[in-house]
Design a protein around this ligand. Structure first.
Ligand code: GLN
Length: 381
């Protein structure tokens, strides 16, 4: 047979899969891919069991189990003051990544331009390219990775269809501030520019900071597809359940694609999560739980030769290792896993041009014992 022409000739296997596999192979503590190494709530598992025993084992409605959509509407209004109609504006997805892919494929046509900020989570650019869209990336500078909005303004053309935002940010752990929101609002006002807002770490925000969801700001909300994740909320990334909030006209287009990618998402988990999040503490307590892990890990890293970058949210702590070696991050991360037994993610993986600032990303969504063992190993570097 003749080989197929690759649709993504420059794309390899995602760095998360590569590094988790390496960690398993060499027996390294896996602080690379972002997932907890402790279990989700036994009560939540019990609720899934109950849903299964109660016969919720067939297809869920295409847009998701209504009880769950209603709980999401309640939570979104309570936290961000925005009303979303569960019938027409909330769709349950098979995780954040599927929601992001679906959102991009629903609205991006060939030659449409999409602005992304690099380092960028790795699933944005391939989805844009697959739709024939053009990626316009703006590179942000460590350590603070603030968005220079005057540069964004310059990137905008009459082809700009979408801006992709991600706060709290993966991999840099930065967050959007009110000034960012004001500048963004001024830029998109009176323009036909959509926003895809990746808010999967909405509940993982520290030091009493506010999560500036697009849902809080009517000018932004009306043009936004907002993606959220129950994997993070429930400490169950393997369940692959998330959702997309969008005004009805956008949700209509979103669902046209969603129905043919996954049709619907597994039913018993949806019933269980709908029940679980009736207790608001399960998400309101998350900042405190993760801030404690962040602080513990940062205190540990301070005893090593790695230098901390700021961390305002997400599962991740970035560090520079410029004082240790001038190896490339993609090489050093492998050596760190093999020789010292700690797996991380090289930040260059999040740049189209592979920009290397000698920064690694560690995931601290781990048991204290795991973090302590990792720090012990990093102290030897
Ligand atoms: N979001 C996770 C991370 O950044 C990875 C998820 C995945 O592997 N697709 O580590």
């Amino acid at each position: 047979m003749r080989p197929v022409t690759s649709k993504l000739p420059q794309t390899g296997t995602t760095i998360f899969t590569v590094m988790s596999a390496l960690a398993a192979e060499v027996g390294a503590i896996n602080l690379s891919q972002g997932f907890p190494d402790y279990d989700c709530s036994p009560h939540l598992v019990h609720l899934v069991n109950e849903a299964m025993k109660n016969g919720h084992n067939q297809y869920a409605p295409m847009a998701g189990v209504m009880q769950l959509r209603e709980q999401i509407a309640y939570k979104t209004e309570k936290l961000y003051g925005a009303k979303y109609n569960p019938e027409t504006e909330i769709t349950i997805t098979a995780g954040g990544t599927q929601a992001i892919f679906t959102a991009i494929s629903a609205v991006i046509h060939p030659n449409d331009e999409v602005i992304i900020f690099e380092p960028a989570y790795d699933c944005y650019a391939p989805a844009i390219k697959l739709m024939g869209g053009v990626v316009k990336s703006l590179e942000l500078e460590p350590p603070n990775y603030r968005i220079a909005w005057d540069m964004v303004k310059r990137l905008i053309s009459n082809r700009t269809k979408m801006i992709i935002l991600n706060s709290p940010h993966n991999p840099t752990a930065t967050i959007l501030h009110k000034e960012d929101i004001d500048k963004l609002s001024a830029i998109v006002k009176d323009q036909d520019i959509l926003i895809l807002s990746d808010e999967v770490y909405e509940h993982l925000i520290y030091d009493g900071e506010t999560h500036h969801s697009m849902a809080r700001y009517p000018e932004l909300q009306k043009r936004s597809l907002i993606v959220a994740s129950f994997g993070k909320l429930c400490h169950a990334t393997g369940w692959k359940i998330g959702y997309c909030l969008a005004p009805d006209w956008l949700t209509q287009e979103f669902r046209k694609i969603h129905q043919f990618i996954v049709f619907s998402v597994n039913t018993p988990m949806q019933y269980a999560i709908a029940e679980y999040i009736k207790n608001e503490d399960v998400y309101l307590d998350l900042p405190q739980v993760f801030q404690q892990k962040r602080d513990h890990f940062r205190n540990g890293i301070e005893q090593t030769r790695f230098k901390l970058l700021p961390c305002h949210g997400s599962y991740f702590q970035s560090v520079t290792y410029s004082d240790i070696t001038d190896e490339k991050d993609a090489e050093f991360t492998i050596r760190l896993a093999k020789e010292f037994g700690v797996a991380s993610i090289p930040t260059s993986a999040f740049y189209n041009k592979g920009i290397d600032n000698h920064i690694l990303r560690f995931c601290f969504a781990k048991r204290q014992e795991t973090l302590d063992n990792a720090v012990d190993r990093l102290m030897r570097v």
